[in-house]
Design a protein around this ligand. Sequence first.
Ligand code: GCV
Length: 737
Amino acid sequence: MKRYCFAICLLLCSSILFGEDGYRLWLRYDKIDDPTLLKEYRTAISSISFQGSSPTLDVAKKELMNGLEGLLDKKIPEQKILVDGCVVVGTLSSPFFQEYYKNDDVSIGREGFTIHTAKYRGKNITLITGADGDAGVLYGVFQFLRLLQTHQSIAKISIISVPKIQNRILDHWDNLNRTVERGYAGASIWNWHLLPGYIDKRYVDYARANASIGINGTVLTNVSANALVLTRQYLEKVAELANVFRPYGIKVYLTARFTAPIEIGGLKTADPLDPAVQNWWKQKVDEIYTYVPDFGGFLVKANSEGQPGPQTYGRTHADGANMLADALAPHKGIVMWRAFVYDVRPQKVNENFDSHKVDSTAPNIAASDRAKQAYDEFKPLDGKFRKNVLVQVKNGPIDFQPREPFSPLFGGMEHTPLVMEFQITQEYLGQATNLVFEAPLFKECLDADTYAKGKGSTVARMIDGSVEKYPTTAIAGVSNIGNERNWTGHPFGQANWYAFGRIAWDHDLSAEQIADEWLRQTFSNDPHFVASTKKIMLMSRETLVSYMTPLGLHHIMGTGHHYGPAPWVSNAGRADWNPVYYHRADSLGIGFDRTSNGSNAISQYSPEVREQWDNLNTCNEKYILWFHHVPWKFKMHSGRTLWDELCYKYYSGVDSVRWIQKTWNDLKNYVDAERFDQVKMLLAVQEKEAVWWRNACLLYFQTFSKMPIPSKYEKPDHDLEYYEALKFPYAPGNGGL
Ligand code: GCV
């Protein structure tokens, strides 16, 4: 009896310990549940042989051994001599691979890898080879484990994989007090107070997860920066994190507050042309490198949303960036200088702008276009930056909206390498309650053709150095990670972290493939489960666009916290913080006229793009209200009037959420209870929020269109006043504001 109770206790404890709480992300390494495949894998993998040792090779070995032990449910021994089924792993320069490849030219760059099967000296073996920096080996190991986790055949492998972009970086908007700006997954994972003495196991798992998808850089701190992180007290903490990440091929970067020389350096100015300021930064950078010898460099938000910058001293963004670049250059560090600027300085305004006949119902709006400012400020600086400066540009011209056209800067800066900045955290995409798979959003932007150097000059090719050869290329994603047990709050938020890494490595991967591999590793390889859930993921972004901001609408969310709809807001601190500024609904129509008759933002694009979007009849309808002020009765491609189309979109968005809910419910038997219930509850919240967005927006826009919501649709269950009165004083994500 005693023994029986003990066994039950053990069973309970192990299920508590290893419950599917999401902590293991996509690196679960559970036993292969297909007996035939398990047998095949066990035959093909009998032992491993690591050629050499280094901190990176050692973590690669540990990962491979742990992974194989879990997946194959048996310990795989190390072997010194070559036997059938041996997995031989090492860098190209190791004696084994030198001899194996002899004079072959293996082009895998600095971080690439190859995996292939071969018959060598009479033995059937698998070879995983990386470039000499070692990280390639680690990436190869993770790819090999991915093949097993996604149930691929490993009988004949022939893979060469080289990242298309050099620096693949997560940007944390984490503050030193552990709040996370636009973070919805708990507190910051960096426990600054306990560092440097206490190394949370999560730091290692963070590094493993990033390395598994090829992320090789992390900006630890918020772009709205705190100079304290540059003090010795904090640099000691930063150094410890860098030590944890180094074996995983991950470099640490920091955000530089422009006025740090004043705030922590005791200087009277932060003017970038002042020699004392330049010297201060030089010494500060030298000091940082004594703590972190492979420090990556700085990310800077300057003269934007209250952050100080060179313009504060009458200097340009180039003056500011170059000063930091000069300090970093001797150490091979880089500056990522953000183009997300919309300062209060007066802007050039097209005389015709706002001249469309607005009537008295039109809200009072400023005659400017925030969508133009980044280009207007940075285009004249093209070619004026040092070689180690990259300008970091958000994917769209405004601010990570559910849908934006690509930023015109991607086609406009011929002489300056650009960093693509995506937002993984779902500030405007339902935060941590909505299931939204972002790969389609990333791909839509990267695959868009800028025509800057003729057809095929896609955004991806403009940043990856294939159109212009740049010494450095980079892509960044604003992290959605927090200290919640499952890292991202919503279990499907993990897919966006995963998708960012995979796309940063290879922007030619399809959203479908990424969803497929993430699902297989994170949940199950069951074909029915994978097919159904993949469908959910692939439709989820378009679904959200439909119930939030269809047809090119944008920036109509709640003020400050950005939670929920608030298209009626017209009293925010600046004109361009107001939703009414962006949708411009009046009795004649709705949408922001950015054509040549309007703000002329369209002029910032290449002629081929301009031609398409400038004309109301040829403009892709997904951007129509981004570029045009469209009459309510305008006939859309569907044959519906604009107003009816808007109703159709909002209603179909809600219908799709309901379809997703139903599809998920039918998958109960395929998913562990914990994550099934979590997602089910969150989908119920999402459905409510979708209905809220739909009703609030349609009721508000109806006050201008004066047209009925077609009777076939369910009626909004509240009136507009009800929605306008809703308040959310403690909505999350506002940390740092
Ligand atoms: C870090 C948006 C967000 C801000 C963020 C800013 C930026 O405006 O709402 O929270 O600040 O973008 O990217 O700098």
